[in-house]
Design a binder for this molecule. Structure first.
Ligand code: GCU
Length: 609
């Protein structure tokens, strides 16, 4: 490739922040690793003085970045030397963890923070290749290893990795990450959201050692013909004619695939006595994939998900999704969730509500949530933050959204609990928006044809009749499942209005009411027509559930929202104080009266009718 073309390709990739990243390895979660979690030194850098020189030119583009660049972790050579920073004299942040909830002075901070981790490394016998893996960092990350730029990642809620085999030294090493959570109009999400913009390395960081040639990607899934379809992909110098063995001991399966020249292999296996995964019986099978050099284990549930007219079919049977929406905010740290304990607390509340389903809003949550949902038998809707007024005309914005859905599919493609990929939330219809979502849906279906596509769609009066509502969104033609948010009784009239509204949905497809709700301050009591009281929220739930139960195609509900959550939009003193109060549970774990209305509705729900 000529130097000119090579430069052009690099410019294209770096423009879209894709440079340097390796394609994500599947099941990093179960790979042997060296954790880099713990104390990281940090420098707050609002002017990005550690990245740009005084002419606003990036240090990294200069042959000799000098000692002004923070990513070199420079030290004074002698007493005459000028170095205007010193990571090792700075304070620590706990990683994984956002900075807003760890440091009072960073509560509202949106900008660049530099994070540095030094560590000792000794090569193990197995480790022929080494990867630096991040569960997520919000929002833009520039990653440097022993002073060398590995690459940049955009997107605050999906994993990314870099191969560091050639940069790693036996002995002392250091990683420097520039994390910038400034909100920017053409990003995903865009400038305006209704959640706290927690910045930082918000999920686990680890070094993963692999063999020279390893199993980088695989799918092991049941298809609608009840066949277990297996696809594997190797990464490394020896791709062709490699034997990959799949063992599922509990099904007495042990089969081998031989890879083709590009290291790909496929196989379909039938098995009579599979115990299908479901909320009532979340059976997970131990699955091992191995080659002469590599071995990886996973816990996989086998189930099918499909639609037939208005029905959602799990293992061929119609189901009703008794759900709740959740933001990724920790009831323990009051910041971004990142631990198994966070996931356990949230999903324990979900189970106590009588749910079999969660809508993980409005971005991919951490992997602990998905793996615990697999274990507990909770169905999952996952979405990327294509939220409200996205820059639909901007090509970089589309590539960003596509990259985020691609990363979360790669991470969760073997998780039985995940049944729906959502393309968007409450996005105003336009030619550009319809094209963007249509393209994104096609990409998603091509990458994962086994799951359902949805989005929180637009709904308006039916043919101008103010007492009849319908979903009048072009994306309804593409979605497998129609979902919409509605706030009659909160943003739209009073609660009695629920008694006058009919829903007339034209498509013969399953319908999920993906949001409804009302704000209530825990412990504030009064008349049921007094806003912010628990009684108001309770009454709205009672009336809304009666209204939506009349929708013939209704197959699921995920009210807004499980727990009160932080939002800079919510500033009403003594009531909101930077919290969105639509939770059924307060941020301190206190259950409001409406919690019990929804629980009673789910406990009484007989399905099929
Ligand atoms: C919208 C939006 C949520 C928001 C909620 C609210 O429907 O999807 O993200 O928090 O309404 O206004 O509380």
């Amino acid at each position: 490739m000529s130097k000119f073309i090579a430069t052009a390709v690099l410019l294209f990739l770096s423009a879209f922040h894709l440079i340097g990243q390796n394609s994500l390895m599947v099941n990093a979660y179960n790979r042997a690793s060296i954790s880099l979690n713990g104390d990281w030194k940090y420098i707050v850098d609002p002017y990005e003085n550690g990245f740009y020189n005084y002419r606003y030119q990036p240090f990294e583009n200069q042959d000799n970045p000098g000692k002004g660049a923070f990513f070199t972790n420079a030290k004074r050579a002698d007493k005459a030397d000028l170095v205007e920073y010193d990571f090792d004299k700075m304070e620590d942040l706990k990683i994984p963890g956002d900075w807003n909830s760890q440091e009072e002075k960073l509560f509202y901070y949106e900008g660049t923070v530099w994070l540095k981790k030094s560590f000792e490394y000794k090569r193990t016998a197995k480790g022929k290749r080494v990867f630096l893996y991040f569960g997520a960092a919000n929002y833009r990350s520039d990653v440097y290893f022993n002073g060398k730029k590995l690459g940049a990642h955009v997107g605050g809620f999906t994993p990314f990795q870099y191969e560091v085999t050639d940069h790693l030294k036996v002995g002392s090493n250091f990683v420097v990450v520039k994390v910038d959570n400034k909100r920017i109009k053409h990003e995903v999400p865009t400038l305006n959201t209704d959640w706290w913009n927690y910045g930082g390395i918000t999920r686990d960081v680890k070094l993963i050692e692999t063999s020279e040639t390893f199993i980088s990607d695989y799918v092991v899934q049941l298809d609608s013909n009840k066949l277990i379809n297996i696809k594997v992909q190797l990464d490394g110098p020896e791709l062709a004619k490699q034997a990959v063995t799949i063992d599922i001991p509990a099904l007495n399966i042990s089969k081998s695939i031989v890879t083709n020249a590009s290291g790909k292999g496929m196989l379909s296996i039938s098995s009579e006595n599979i115990a299908y995964w479901s909320p009532d019986s979340p059976k997970l099978y131990q699955v091992k994939l191995s080659t002469s050099q590599d071995e990886i284990e996973d816990q996989i549930g086998f189930r099918t998900i499909d639609t037939n007219g208005p029905d959602i079919l799990l293992n061929g049977k119609s189901i009703f999704l008794k759900g709740i929406s959740i933001h990724e905010e920790s009831p323990i740290t009051k910041g971004r969730c990142n631990s198994k304990d966070d996931a356990k607390q949230l999903l324990k509340w979900v189970k106590s509500l009588g749910c079999n389903y969660v809508r993980l809003a409005h971005y991919p949550h951490n992997e602990h949530m998905i793996r615990l949902a697999d274990e507990m038998g909770i169905l999952v809707w996952e979405e990327i933050p294509v939220y409200w007024t996205i820059a639909w005309e901007n090509e970089e914005t589309y590539i960003n959204a596509e990259n985020q859905i691609s990363e979360v599919i790669t991470r969760d493609q073997n998780r039985a609990s995940v049944i729906i990929w959502s393309m968007a939330n409450e996005t105003p219809t336009s030619e550009a928006r319809n094209h963007f979502l249509g393209k994104l849906a096609k990409f998603t279906k091509d990458k994962d044809p086994t799951r359902l596509i949805s989005a929180a769609l637009e709904q308006h009066n039916f043919q101008g009749n103010k007492n009849v509502r319908t979903i009048d969104d072009p994306f309804a033609k593409i979605a497998d499942v129609l979902s919409f948010n509605q706030y009659i009784g909160w943003y739209d009239g009073n609660i009695e209005k629920c008694q006058t509204i009919q829903w007339n949905i034209q498509e013969n497809k399953p319908v999920i009411v993906s949001e409804f709700g009302a704000g209530a301050k825990f412990g504030l009591h009064g008349d049921k027509d007094e806003r912010w009281t628990e009684e108001y929220q309770e009454y709205l739930y009672q009336e809304t559930l009666k209204m939506i139960d009349q929708i013939d195609q209704l197959r699921g509900v995920s009210p807004w929202i499980l727990v009160d959550f932080r939002s800079p939009r919510r500033v009403l003193p003594e009531i909101q104080d930077n919290y969105n109060r639509k939770g059924l549970i307060s941020e301190n774990g206190e259950k409001k009266k409406a919690f019990f209305v929804l629980k009673k509705y789910y406990d009484a729900k007989v399905w099929p009718k």
